[in-house]
Design a protein around this ligand. Sequence first.
Ligand code: MD3
Ligand code: FE
Length: 207
Amino acid sequence: TEVSPGAVHLPDWLDAPAQRELLEACRAWARPPAGLRTVRTPGGGTMTARQVCLGWHWYPYAYARTVVDGDGTPVKPFPEWLGELGRRAVRDTLGEPWAAPSAAYDIALINFYDADARMGMHRDSDEKSDAPVVSLSLGDTCVFRFGNTETRTRPYTDVELRSGDLFVFGGPSRLAYHGVPKVQPGTAPPELGLTGRLNLTLRVSGL
Ligand code: MD3
Ligand code: FE
């Protein structure tokens, strides 16, 4: 489903074995060093979703090669197979022309949400590339709010993202405001063995 130009939602893209495999990889990446951390914004705020990065480390509002706001260790490498997964995700949503980006996927940001976690409306503008962002969801269903490029308020569209769903944001949607107003606790597929929600985004740094 194209929610907005360049924003395509493909429910159930990852089957159950693929979801389990990706979850196990995320759990390994979440372990120290350079593991899961709490992100603090310069204004004194705290993100309720906790995060781990691969390839480049994101901190508000830039990228680094080390965990500058955590244990100071080098960020974990971005594996080749994730880049291929990103390429396939773009091909399956936006189509072949978009899947041959001049630059390769080299960043993964993985957000872990417990039942009370949220993400406020924001734009992702720290990447120096206009390549599409690939989002994969695991575990609990959430309400994802897809807004507009002008304001963090209405008009927006609320979409439920479920375990295994793919969402790709390219073209004019790349700089749209978006957020996660709610996670629906206890909605994860029981056989996955995840309490809460996890979202993995793949990006091109342009760095
Ligand atoms: C639209 N993550 O990591 S996924 C983020 O569920 C982020 O963790 C949310 O917003 C989450 O920055 C939403 C959907 C998403 C991700 C990245 C985007 C939508 C996007 C980048 C550009 C436009
Ligand atoms: Fe975002």
